[in-house]
Ligand binder design. Structure first.
Ligand code: SF4
Length: 588
């Protein structure tokens, strides 16, 4: 089967290729030159200032020369507790460079980045976008020496361990059952599109990216739209710190993800699929491209799939360029159209006007894999797993203070306590569910069951895909500050409540960390959270402060101690060292 262009469909406007073109230019020149931007401005008929605005939006684009090797060290909270500081110092020592700049020989440039999807093997870094995991000082020395000796990062990088730690007993795994490409498609194509959507409805499958929106509603809405072409988009922009389940699926079972997209195309009447792959997972691109090619070779992509007249579907991969907010579906669409990844105002659902204003469904990697598997194994078999109201299984990325970090495929209904016990959690104290935008709980809630029903039952709790465990040695304020700094940097800034609120709350938390906050500061945090929840355009602003608010309630003893010290004036002393800590930054 002849495969169309690997980078774009013939009918797509060239503007949709802007991010890919910027990547090519950066790979060629080492950075995005003014000349490149001027040329793109002319050829795309887009103002230079707009091109510059797009380039500046994405973390991984540089407008100044970098170096032969560009290193991004993960500074997420799990990396911090696993030795980030030591590795940062080792990198500076071995490369002779400082963070946010490059060494004198232009060999190494060092940067921080919030999460590269390796929380099960921290500290970790991307070197020239290839993964290096479980770093220690000796390993840093060896890797840098090898690069200095002329080795390529691609040849010496790690193959990240998939660490699948737990599968449901009695062969009840859904995602990691033996896989034969095409079985799900064959079963689905024997049904009508409506019947396929009916099965997805019966399965109660809901968005596995964390939003839990019923999948069938999106599909049915898109199917009913008359406009064509329609698009199926796979959101592989897994950017929530602590989450890495999609990385494992894409690495281990890319065919099932692809197959879920093809089934979706059949169900909604779409002929085009696009995988939006986060830049941090660029090392997975070849595997994805190879799998796509295999599907073409085996008649599972292209024209008349499995010999069925009119069942046509093509897939291509679109690279991201470093932006957490692009995980929000409308921001992702903007990015695919070659724009800044700023969330859209919600006049239309993407199912009505999505990519290029055409009907589009956007689902998460795990959601598509679940569809392929339920079609292959049969809906009744699928429904045998889990609990009423939450059928099936769920992938959880588990990391932090546990002896067995990795992927846990649980049947819905497993308690937090059992999951922690299986992961051999070490003195668990502060548990973060669903990443920084999720919620934190203490061990008082360990008996709650992980399910999709938590809005109906206080005995249950939702978990979008990650669980980070922190023991009593970890300072809660440091965890909260890491999260708030993350949101502060990742807010796209288009709406004031999110832009200002993130800054103000971050400052309040810093004040609290220093023991200088009072009850009035806590009240202000509450007020800002209310404003952000009510008026922010997208989920980032609406959820950024879930965790501090929950932490203040859940760990009240810890916080009342902090507030008491301030009320007693215990910490009102001048700290010279801290006051001049950013002296270096402003030195002329
Ligand atoms: Fe951007 Fe924040 Fe507004 Fe979302 S809520 S659109 S991230 S400013």
């Amino acid at each position: 089967m002849i495969r169309p262009s690997t980078t774009f469909f013939r009918h797509e406007p060239r503007r949709s290729q802007l991010v890919n073109e910027l990547w090519s230019a950066q790979r060629r020149d080492g950075y995005i030159t003014l000349q490149t931007m001027e040329e793109l401005s002319k050829s795309l008929d887009v103002s230079l200032i707009e091109i510059q605005g797009i380039v500046s939006f994405y973390h991984f684009f540089h407008t100044k020369p970098t170096a032969r090797h560009v290193i991004y060290l993960n500074n997420s909270v799990v990396s911090k507790i696993k030795g980030y500081k030591r590795i940062r110092e080792a990198l500076e020592r071995e490369t002779g460079s400082r963070f946010n700049t490059k060494d004198r020989t232009d060999t190494f440039a060092l940067f921080d980045t919030p999460c590269i999807g390796m929380s099960d093997q921290e500290p970790a870094a991307l070197i020239d976008f290839y993964p290096f995991t479980n770093l220690n000082v000796m390993k840093v020395r060896e890797v840098i020496a090898a690069l200095k000796a002329g080795k390529k990062a691609a040849d010496i990088c790690d193959q990240p361990n998939d660490h699948i730690r737990y599968l449901p007993p009695n062969d009840n795994t859904i995602f990691f059952r033996p896989y034969t490409a095409g079985e799900g498609i064959a079963n689905a194509s024997a049904l009508t599109p409506k019947q396929v959507i009916g099965i997805v409805k019966t399965s109660e499958l809901s968005g596995r990216g964390g939003a839990f929106f019923p999948t069938w509603i999106k599909w049915d809405g898109c199917r009913k739209e008359a406009a064509t072409p329609k698009y199926v988009v796979c959101n592989a922009d897994e950017g929530e710190p602590g989450t890495f389940k999609d990385r494992v699926l894409l690495n281990r079972e890319p065919g099932s993800v692809l197959e879920g997209m093809i089934i979706a195309g059949y169900a909604i009447g779409a002929k085009y699929g696009i995988i939006y792959l986060r830049a941090e997972y660029r090392w997975l691109l070849k595997k994805l491209e190879d799998t796509i090619q295999e599907f073409y070779d085996n008649g599972l992509l292209g024209r008349s799939i499995q010999g069925i007249d009119g069942f046509d579907f093509d897939v291509r991969v679109q690279m991201g360029a470093g932006s957490y907010v692009c995980g929000e579906e409308t921001a992702l669409l903007e990015s695919m159209e070659g724009k800044r990844g700023e969330p859209r105002t919600k006049w239309y659902f993407p199912t009505q006007r999505g990519y290029l204003q055409q009907p589009t469904i956007i689902n998460n990697v795990e959601t598509f894999a679940a569809v392929a598997r339920m079609m292959e194994m049969g809906i009744n078999n699928y429904l045998n797993r889990g609990i009423p109201g939450s059928p099936g299984t769920k992938l959880i990325s588990l990391s932090g203070d546990v002896r067995k970090p990795g992927i846990y495929e649980i049947e819905w209904g497993m308690s937090i306590a059992e999951l922690l016990q299986r992961a051999e959690a070490v003195d668990p104290y502060f548990i973060q569910l669903s990443g920084p935008s999720g919620e934190c709980i203490s061990m008082n809630q360990k008996n709650r069951k992980i399910s999709m029903r938590d809005l109906m039952s206080t005995q249950d709790i939702r978990c979008g895909g990650s669980l980070m465990v922190f023991n009593r040695q970890r300072d809660i304020m440091k965890i909260l500050l890491n999260f708030s700094e993350f949101f502060l940097k990742e807010s796209c800034g288009i709406c004031t409540p999110c832009r200002a609120g993130n800054y103000i709350i971050h400052k309040k938390l810093q004040k609290m960390a220093h023991g200088l906050a009072t009850q009035a500061d806590v009240e202000e945090i509450h007020q800002w959270c209310d404003i952000m929840k009510e008026t922010s355009r997208c989920g980032l602003g609406k959820t950024a402060y879930n965790t501090p608010l929950r932490a203040i309630e859940e760990f009240s003893e810890y916080f009342s101690e902090k507030l008491e010290d301030a009320a007693n004036g215990m910490n009102l002393k001048f700290n010279m060292e801290e006051a001049i800590s950013d002296y270096e930054k402003y030195k002329v």
